[in-house]
Design a protein around this ligand. Structure first.
Ligand code: ZN
Length: 310
């Protein structure tokens, strides 16, 4: 087989990651640059073009696969809305095709990370997987019978917005008590800050790293919060298992990578809430591709085209 090199990009609110991906999912020349989304779409697009130019000429690139944090019309190559980037209706596919002369394919970043893990990472050799990425919020993606499930609108799933507590904490979506208001990094930081401010707790960690350190050190106030966080994490995962009966859940994202103990014993906790028939086969795995899953998944739109279109 002839070498097939695809440039993979992962455009997030904080950083843009890029690398050349080969047909086995191997990455060469990985780079990351700040997004600086506050400078506006034109500035970000110019920075992306400069980044792409640095790759053109290195290898014969056959296409550009882009994972982007937001709602995507992948057929039209348009970012419909991205709160992280503050973009609305940006025809990024066409813009980059015109500036590079290469074909561009676009996908939502959670779906991209899921495809990356499905083809080349922790979800290999599985037919039904759920990928949950926990960072500032919760990204989610589902592969059913080897196909991405994107619902009626093409924008599903939004597992982070399943409601676990009626009238719970306010969510960025306008709702209350969504899963991501209970277990995301920002939710945990907010919760600890509120407890500290109200004088309920004496702890004063400000970042998720500080909180996890205090948790590992056995700080009983943080342990109390994190025990609840972990229960809600397990509850949400169990709800998904009860609906989709996946072979495997792949967990990734910043707070999973911190290796804090969040995943320790989690499989057993999830099984406590799971329908009996699904208990024996369920696997929970940590993502293997780390922060490169998105760009690899973007590249897989070309590299695994035949399997995706089967
Ligand atoms: Zn929500």
């Amino acid at each position: 087989m002839e070498d097939n090199y695809i440039l993979g990009l992962d455009i997030g609110g904080t950083s843009i990651k890029a690398g050349i991906v080969n047909q086995w999912g191997g990455i060469k020349s990985f780079q990351t640059i700040p997004t600086n989304s506050h400078q506006g779409p034109d500035h970000v697009l110019a920075a992306i073009n400069t980044l792409i130019q640095s790759y053109q000429g290195q290898k014969l690139i056959n296409g550009i696969g882009i994972a982007l944090a937001g709602s995507i019309d992948n057929k039209a190559g348009v970012c419909i809305y991205s709160p992280n980037l503050n973009w609305r209706n940006i025809a990024i596919g066409k813009i980059i095709e015109e500036s590079t002369g290469l074909e561009v394919r676009l996908i939502n970043d959670a779906n991209a990370a899921c495809l990356g893990e499905y083809f080349f990472g922790a979800g290999r050799n599985q037919n039904n997987i759920i990928c949950i990425i926990i960072g500032t919020g919760i990204g989610s993606a589902i592969i059913l019978d080897n196909k991405l499930f994107t619902g009626n609108s093409g924008l599903a799933p939004e597992a982070g917005h399943m409601v676990l507590i009626k009238d719970g904490p306010q969510c960025s979506c306008g709702g209350k008590g969504c899963w991501e208001t209970l277990v995301s990094a920002s939710a945990i930081v907010k919760r600890v800050a509120e407890k500290s401010k109200s004088g309920t707790y004496t702890i004063s960690p400000h970042t998720i790293q500080d909180i996890f350190k205090a948790w590992q050190a056995g700080d009983c106030q943080v342990v109390k919060i994190m025990t609840e966080v972990k229960e809600y994490l397990a509850l949400g995962l169990a709800n998904l298992v009860n609906i989709f009966d996946p072979e495997c859940i792949v967990l990734g994202g910043g707070i999973i990578e911190l290796d804090s103990g969040l995943t320790e014993g989690l499989e057993d906790m999830v099984k406590e809430f799971v329908f009996p028939s699904f208990k024996d086969t369920l696997l929970i795995r940590k993502a293997e591709l780390g922060n490169k899953a998105g760009l690899v998944g973007g590249a897989s739109l070309f590299l695994k085209e035949s399997e995706l279109n089967e």
